[in-house]
Design a protein around this ligand. Structure first.
Ligand code: ADE
Ligand code: ZN
Ligand code: ZN
Length: 259
């Protein structure tokens, strides 16, 4: 009887284990929290009005939360883009259901259009906050054949995992900082460093992230046992990605709401 109960509970929980959470809750929140520091007063006011006073961190996981609702199935491919490591996005066939680059462009378009309905603006603002985070997870700009590292099986501190999940959430979880601590302890940047992160187009940012994507693909092989040594090497690059994601999210939002 007890065994049957456990079996039924396990079966009921299975779909949850199949829903990938991207950066994981705290990664997305840290991106939102970092972005707040770089918003103009005018942008802050416009956003606060659309989000009913909630913070960017608070709404940052909305894009993953809605995956549980079949109504939003058409957005499933919007969280990532895959193309060969030695090719350019512009030259490769596009995912017919849309990808993260198209998703970000669509959200910006809806938010800039003064004829958009308020509820569409709210939806796309929450999606934009989420996708600017996903864009900076190096394996969300991955290779199709391994589904952005999801098919590269590794052990994480002795537990079965895969390279994608290590970068989505395992490393951040093992680091044991809250999202506010991650944001407060983001590296101090010189004006030159900050300008370097801010400058360029969305596509420039894609190719900037790809430099790390290639490094991450070289960092582990199927069957590797990862733990402290991997964290020691890659936690700083990961923290830099959260910071770049936050700063660039603010650049995009200031461009929409304060121009
Ligand atoms: N599914 C297929 N490819 C993916 C990727 N690069 N990131 C997240 N989910 C994916
Ligand atoms: Zn992911
Ligand atoms: Zn996502």
């Amino acid at each position: 009887m007890k065994q049957r109960f456990i079996f039924i509970v396990a079966l009921a929980l299975l779909p949850w284990s199949l829903i990938a959470d991207d950066w994981g809750k705290n990664g997305h929140r840290a991106v939102g929290e970092i972005a707040e520091k770089y918003l103009s007063e005018k942008t802050k006011k416009a956003i606060s009005e659309l989000l009913d006073g909630h913070s960017l961190a608070f709404v940052s996981n909305y894009g993953d939360d809605i995956k549980s609702d079949r109504k939003y199935d058409k957005y499933q491919t919007w969280h990532y883009v895959n193309f060969p490591l030695d090719q350019r996005y512009e030259e490769t066939p596009k995912e017919s259901k849309g990808d993260i680059i198209q998703a970000i462009q669509t959200a910006i378009q809806v938010l800039k259009d003064k004829n958009s309905r308020r509820e569409d603006k709210v939806f796309h603002l929450k999606m934009l906050v989420h996708f600017m985070g996903d864009l900076h997870q190096p394996l969300h700009i991955g290779q199709a054949e391994d589904r952005g590292g999801n098919r590269i099986q590794v052990r994480w501190f002795g537990q079965n995992s895969n390279l994608h999940t290590v970068w989505d959430s395992k490393m951040i979880d093992s680091y044991q900082m809250s999202y506010t601590e991650l944001a407060a302890n983001a590296d101090k940047l010189s004006k030159k460093e900050l300008d370097e992160i801010k400058k360029g187009t969305l596509m420039d940012w894609v190719y900037d992230v790809r430099i790390l994507t290639k490094e991450v693909y070289e960092s582990a092989n199927d069957g590797d046992r990862l733990g402290y040594e991997y964290m020691y090497k890659y936690m700083n690059p990961l923290r830099n990605q959260l910071q770049k994601g936050g700063i660039r999210l603010a650049v995009v939002l200031n461009d929409i709401f304060d121009k």
